[in-house]
Write a protein that binds this ligand. Structure first.
Ligand code: R7I
Ligand code: MG
Ligand code: MG
Length: 324
């Protein structure tokens, strides 16, 4: 039996929420908070950038790969998922340079276990494994052990560094928790953070500290500079996953507000927007995403309609799982 509050609307909210946050942040990726604030104030609309308005980047392209692989195999299959990333790879979407090289190596026959260590000796600590993780949360919601195993396994295909792997597990846990929280009632932010801390591995001290920091920031009204200084807005997983969790928790009443605040922090805007969008979308459901944003999202072969079909597929697969 699925937890009562879980609906197709919430699964779609997580997946389309990630897409929407990515598209909203795309035009200003790499801009500082000050640059965004001088040029736009806040980013409140889906704007054109280096890609057309509503286009997604590597964040969503890789999320699509995770969903496709889970749906085609019915479960996590490391080799299949790695090859699916390669099949979908479109350099125009703006991949992290390390991930692009890992995918080239896999494509040319290097086993993924070797490829991930060839680019950075300890593996990448980038947020590329966390940014794409929403489908794992959708399929393994309510099953924390399997969620950890699949999130970590999918992360290791391109990101071997423990910080990238733990970041992916943490982001997946946050999306899964938001899927099971009822948005009709006020959000228990402290309880949410407590559950996240309980889901961390014993070695994840840096993430524990960041989550403590999130808790303290929620008790005050911090300046944007303080949020950036304490949580980060960069491309490392440790500088962006907890920033996204904070952006959701500080704005629990509105998907729109959470994602606008996340993107307007500057830095890795598409990714922090996307991760915030996945958590907030899981909480509020698709119905919480502004229609004016949804209608701007790119269509086409693997556009919005296709992504919605993937969400429906995950919902179907989830409802087929035996033990829930
Ligand atoms: O993590 P990754 O896929 O990048 C995702 C980001 C998101 O913002 C996307 O929107 C897209 O723009 O890229 O790609 P990686 O190349 O693995 O990691 C990102 C960056 O982190 C690298 O290009 C490096 O600058 C840095 N980095 C490291 N630097 C030194 N040593 C990651 N790991 C290391 C390292 O071990
Ligand atoms: Mg991107
Ligand atoms: Mg990014």
């Amino acid at each position: 039996m699925l937890p009562g509050v879980l609906t197709l609307d919430k699964i779609s909210g997580a997946i389309l929420g990630a897409f929407t946050g990515d598209a909203l942040g795309m035009p200003v990726e790499g801009w500082s908070f000050q640059e965004i604030s001088e040029r736009y104030g806040e980013i409140t609309e889906v704007l054109p950038g280096r890609l057309k308005a509503g286009s997604y980047t590597d964040d969503t392209e890789m999320m699509i790969g995770i969903a496709e692989s889970l749906l085609e195999c019915g479960t996590f299959n490391d080799r299949h998922m790695a090859l699916t990333f390669c099949r979908n790879y479109n350099p125009g979407r703006g991949y992290g340079p390390g991930t692009a090289r890992v995918l080239h190596l896999i494509e040319s026959g290097t086993p993924w276990e070797q490829a991930v260590k060839k680019v950075f000796p300890d593996g990448s600590y980038g947020n590329g494994a966390a940014m794409r993780i929403a489908p794992v949360a959708c399929l393994y919601v309510g099953r924390p052990d399997e969620l950890r195993k699949c999130a970590a396994g999918s992360a290791r295909l391109t990101h071997a560094h423990p910080q990238a792997v733990e970041g992916a597990v943490l982001q997946a846990s946050a999306v899964a928790l938001a899927l099971t929280a009822d948005s009709q009632y006020p959000l228990d932010q402290k309880g949410f953070l407590r559950s996240l801390k309980n889901s961390l591995s014993p070695g994840a001290g840096e993430y524990r500290e960041k989550l403590d920091c999130v808790e303290k920031l929620l008790e005050i009204e911090p300046t944007v500079e303080k949020i950036i200084r304490e949580l980060g807005n960069g491309v490392k997983a440790i500088q962006s996953v907890c920033t996204s969790i904070y952006s959701f928790l500080a704005n629990p009443g509105s998907f729109e507000k959470a994602v606008i605040k996340a993107v307007s922090l500057g830095g890795d805007t598409d990714t922090i927007g996307s991760m915030t969008g996945a958590i907030s979308g899981a909480y509020h459901g698709r119905q919480g995403i502004p229609e004016r944003w949804l209608e701007k999202l790119e269509e086409g072969q693997k556009g919005r309609g296709y992504v919605e079909e993937l969400a429906a597929g995950l919902w179907f697969l989830l409802s087929e799982q035996p033990e829930l």
